[in-house]
Design a protein around this ligand. Structure first.
Ligand code: TXA
Ligand code: MG
Length: 339
């Protein structure tokens, strides 16, 4: 199969809509990361997503909608907190886990009784969904386990030959996947941190948001978790990644005593010249949005550079930094050290 990349203009959008109606997959841009889309109502098309990504069958997908009117196509008995959050953050990088609507193909939710839904803040994605008139199931458009794609080129390098069309909508603004919050229990639970922070959610809801254990801790592959995606090693470049906590000086001393072939630093902007070893930067130390925007491209770049071992300067763990920290924990398979 030939894979083509088209800029997100009207004729490409028409072509995407036609393919999606025919049960094909299309990679689409969103403000978070690129998504690999199929109709949420077409189980056969959804099966193709799992196959193309080599995604474990028990990991459910997010359905994407273009207006609040479409929410009923994905979820039933929607709690009032969902409308409060939708009002505050949609379109935007927030996914809600809600009781599942009957019409949704079962494989979208991997057999769960709940469904994940979000309204992306990207004009091309919104135009495609609106024209389709049905929700689009779309996981990140990478091969399972590799860093999420934040450009059309990233998608091409993972899925070339496996899908017909990639719509190029530029580099993703946010750069990490959406925040996932479950509203299926008594209290809201943060299942995955992203571009909307826990603090923002709590402000809008005026109540506590519980952070799921899997956000900060490794879970066993046989453990039952609320968000199946969190049990898989994720976002990992080919290199061994070590997340290093401590001051810049201790970090540099540590790298000094661990030099070798293919050793790289993944550091904050402005720190590159404090040490002689090879490096990739991923944003200013105090700019969580820049770190989120850059992190996946930086991990992919380390592969291109043939890095063997990567020592990472650790971001903070509040606000949007929690999302960056969570992705780095997974990229390192929870290999965290303090120096
Ligand atoms: O920003 C994003 O969310 C991107 C763009 C394309 O929208 N999508 C994305 O999808 O990151 P994916 O499949 O890579 O991650 C979806 C996450 C997984 O961790 C999955 O386990 C969780 O959402 N999820 C989906 N449905 C769920 C459900 N019913 N209950 C709990 N977790 C769910
Ligand atoms: Mg993903």
């Amino acid at each position: 199969m030939d894979t083509i990349i088209l800029p997100g203009e009207a004729d490409a959008i028409d072509k995407a809509v036609k393919l999606l109606n025919e049960g094909e997959l299309v990679a689409i841009p969103t403000e978070t990361v690129y998504g690999l889309a199929a109709s949420s109502f077409d189980a056969k098309a959804v099966d193709k997503i799992f196959a193309a990504k080599m995604r474990p069958q028990d990991n459910p997908l997010i359905s994407h909608i273009a207006s609040i009117d479409m929410l009923g196509m994905v979820a039933d008995n929607v709690p009032s907190q969902a409308f409060v959050l939708a009002d505050a953050f949609w379109p935007g990088p927030l996914t809600l886990v809600l009781p599942k609507a009957k019409k949704l193909a079962d494989n979208v939710c991997a057999g769960l009784e709940s469904a994940a839904v979000r309204m992306p803040n990207h004009k091309v994605a919104l135009a495609i969904i609106k024209q389709c008139g049905f929700p689009l199931a779309a996981p990140s458009a990478n091969l399972s386990g590799s860093p999420s794609p934040t450009s059309a080129d990233h998608v091409f390098s993972d899925l070339n030959g496996k899908i017909k069309l990639i719509i190029d909508g530029g580099v993703c603004d946010v750069g990490v996947e959406s925040t996932v919050v479950s509203l299926c229990g008594e209290k809201p639970v943060l299942l995955r941190p992203g571009g909307v922070s826990k603090e923002q959610l709590q402000n809008v809801l005026s109540c506590e948001v519980i952070v799921a254990n899997a956000v900060l801790n490794a879970v066993q592959s046989n453990e039952k978790v609320q968000s199946p995606g969190m049990k898989y090693k994720h976002y990992a470049p080919k290199a061994k990644v070590v997340l290093v906590k401590g001051s810049l000086e201790s970090f540099n001393n540590f790298v000094n005593s661990n030099l070798g072939e293919g050793v790289y630093r993944l550091c904050f902007n402005g720190e590159e010249n404090t040490h002689a070893s090879s490096y990739v930067c991923y944003g200013d130390k105090n700019d969580a949005y820049a770190q989120a925007h850059n992190i996946f491209a930086a991990l992919r770049q380390l592969d291109t550079l043939n890095a063997q071992t990567v020592y990472v300067r650790c971001p903070s763990q509040d606000g949007v930094s929690l999302a960056v920290y969570n992705r780095l924990l997974r990229a390192s398979a929870f290999n965290v050290i303090e120096v």
